[in-house]
Each structure stands twice: as structure tokens, then as C-alpha cells.
Design a protein around this ligand. Structure first.
Ligand code: ATP
Length: 318
């Protein structure tokens, strides 16, 4: 799938099992939205085949649309329409809609029900978008970055609702660049980068084994100046060291006893006493880093020093 000369998705091949949650995970610009929009019938691929519920999203559009729900990354409503009016209108287009009052209540839309769409916050637009995607009791729902712009409470509610619809047999396909979201929700994850599929599997399959791990080091008193660089020199070029605050560091590196031994020796040489020294499980971030040499996402809440200004990684729709 290309936009002019720009190839956005190239040779991507993936299948989604009915009744499961599938996450398409990748960094900005990886081709996630393009993939979804192609499945939804909004984009026509130059090559390849797409079948959704056994139907061609272009040729069989009229038959497919009543069976799928779509949560767009942005837009999808008239700017002046009130949130609840929009939801009621969408419900009226379906034969057996869900109870809109229940959706308004569950998604915390009551307070902004009379607010025109253009004045809703990013998170409120997302919640309304999710309600619109679910109101027609779809067999399959596509959700593009479902929790972008949501606060933690709304994020949890969204996860719960997606899990509930899966329990009712609905198939969910979501895009995200949040590893924790994919890891928490998805039965199967497809990691894409630069328009190509680079890994697929269950969260456990993807994070099992591998050569790297995350070591968490917390010491009894502040690290000396230049500690991350010094520790990186000690551990070698395969290792990445990030200082979280004055007494803790995260180290991504080879998952072996030698690395732990070197960290311990470095502490001794620099007169700090490890209070926590743990070898953590490999994360999806590690998987992505191993496969591409680049980072998928910086988990800002974990990795930024405590003094850093609040980030909006989970707060700005992309
Ligand atoms: N309408 C368009 N015209 C030209 N290029 C486009 C268009 N839409 C997307 N692209 C390009 O195609 C590539 C894939 O974009 P896409 O939106 O599918 O990625 P994404 O993985 O969903 O990214 P994000 O997480 O930022 O939403 C990007 O390089 C993007 O700039």
C-alpha cells in the first residue's frame, strides 16, 4: 500500500483469529493505521488481498459495514454535534444497538454528553469513538490507538470493555505503540516496522528467551557523577544504561551472570551498596530493539529522571 511514491505497507501478511484480541504494535509511521484503514475498506491496496470476515472490504462493503465497528484515530463526528446526540444517531443506524445510556455511563461520557464534538478533550473524543465503534454490536471491531489521550482511569475502562467484548465473542484488532497495552490485552501481537511485519506471537512467545534482559539497580546512596557512562564502559557496547533517579538505574543488556557480576563489582569500586539488583523479564521493548536496533517506545514514566517535566506520551493522540 503506497501513498504516491511513499510505500507505507509492504508485503504485510497476517491473520486474525475470531474472538481474539490482536494488537498491531509499531512505532509512529510504521503503517499501523494504513493497515487498519485498508481492512476497513477506506484504502485500496495497489497489490495484495484483504479479507475481513471472509469479505472483500471494497467489493462487499455494503455487506461488511453493518458487521464491523471502527474507532478511528481522530475525527469521525461532525464538529458541532453533541457527544450523546452523535452516539444516539449512530445507534439509530443499527438494527440491534447496545443501550447508549449504558455506554455513556461505562465510558464516563455523561459529563460531556451535551458538549459539541469539537470542544471535547482528546480523551473524551476517544471514549466517544469507542462507544460509536461498539454501539452496533459488531462481530469485529477495529480500534486505532484506543487509549491515546486517555487518563489512567479511562484507559483501564477501555481495556476492560475490550476484554468484555472479546468475552462476548467479538474479534478485536487494535493498533498501539504502547507495549504495556499490547502485552496486557492482546492474545496475539504483530510487531510492524517500516511497513513490514518483523515478529508475531503471543506476548509470552515474543518475550520468552532471547539474549537480553533488564537489570534494575538501586543503591544505598547517590551515584557519583558520570555513573551511567562509567557503568556502560564496564559492561561493554551491548549494554544500555539509564539513570532513573539519583539512586536507581535500568540496565538493558545480556541476560547472564557475568553482567550481574560486573554490575556488582562496579558498585564495589564506586563505593555504593546495591539494595536491589534484579534481573527482569525480557520486554517487548527488548524484542523490538533486538530486531531493529532501535527503540519502540520510551516508557517515560519509568525512565525519565524524577525531576523531568510530566510527559504526554499517553496523552496526545498521534
Ligand atoms: N495520506 C497519506 N499521504 C502520504 N503519506 C501518508 C499518508 N498516510 C500515511 N502516510 C505515510 O505512511 C506511513 C505509514 O503511516 P501510518 O499512519 O499508517 O503509520 P502508523 O503506524 O499508524 O503511525 P502512527 O502511530 O504515527 O499513527 C508514514 O510514513 C506516513 O507518513
Amino acid at each position: 500500500m503506497a501513498y504516491g511514491d511513499k510505500v507505507a505497507v509492504d508485503g504485510l501478511s497476517l491473520e486474525v483469529a475470531r474472538g481474539s484480541i490482536t494488537a498491531v504494535l509499531g512505532p509512529n509511521g510504521a503503517g499501523k493505521t494504513t493497515t487498519l484503514e485498508t481492512c476497513e475498506g477506506y484504502r485500496v491496496p495497489q497489490r495484495g488481498t484483504v479479507r475481513v470476515l471472509g469479505l472483500d472490504p471494497q467489493r462487499d462493503r455494503a455487506e461488511l459495514l453493518p458487521r464491523i465497528g471502527v474507532m478511528l484515530q481522530s475525527g469521525g463526528a461532525w464538529s458541532g454535534v453533541r457527544a450523546v446526540e452523535m452516539l444516539d444517531h449512530m445507534a439509530s443506524l443499527h438494527a440491534h444497538p447496545l443501550d447508549t445510556a449504558m455506554l455513556v455511563d461505562r465510558l464516563g461520557l455523561a459529563d460531556c454528553g451535551r458538549t459539541p464534538y469539537r470542544r471535547l478533550s482528546g480523551g473524551q473524543k476517544q471514549r466517544l469513538g469507542l462507544a460509536i465503534a461498539l454501539v452496533g454490536r459488531p462481530e469485529l471491531v477495529f480500534v486505532d490507538e484506543p487509549t491515546a489521550g486517555m487518563d489512567p482511569q479511562a484507559r483501564r475502562t477501555t481495556w476492560e470493555m475490550l476484554e468484555e467484548v472479546r468475552a462476548d465473542g467479538v474479534t478485536v484488532v487494535l493498533t498501539t505503540h504502547h507495549m504495556d497495552e499490547a502485552e496486557h490485552l492482546a492474545d496475539r501481537i504483530h510487531i510492524i516496522d517500516r511497513g513490514a511485519l518483523i515478529a508475531s506471537g503471543t506476548p509470552a512467545e515474543l518475550t520468552r528467551g532471547g539474549h537480553s534482559a533488564t537489570i534494575r539497580l538501586v543503591v544505598n546512596r547517590p551515584f557519583p557523577d558520570g555513573a551511567p557512562e562509567s557503568l556502560r564502559r564496564e559492561l561493554g557496547p551491548l549494554t544500555e544504561v539509564r539513570q532513573l533517579d539519583e539512586v536507581s538505574m535500568l540496565i538493558h543488556g545480556p541476560a547472564d551472570a557475568t553482567t550481574l557480576g560486573r554490575v556488582s563489582r562496579w558498585c564495589e569500586e564506586h563505593d555504593v551498596l546495591p539494595q536491589t539488583l534484579t534481573l527482569g523479564q525480557r520486554t517487548l521493548e527488548d524484542v523490538f530493539l533486538e530486531l531493529t536496533g532501535r527503540e519502540l517506545e520510551t516508557p517515560h514514566d519509568v525512565l525519565l529522571p524524577r525531576s523531568a517535566p510530566p510527559n504526554n506520551a499517553a496523552g496526545t493522540p498521534s
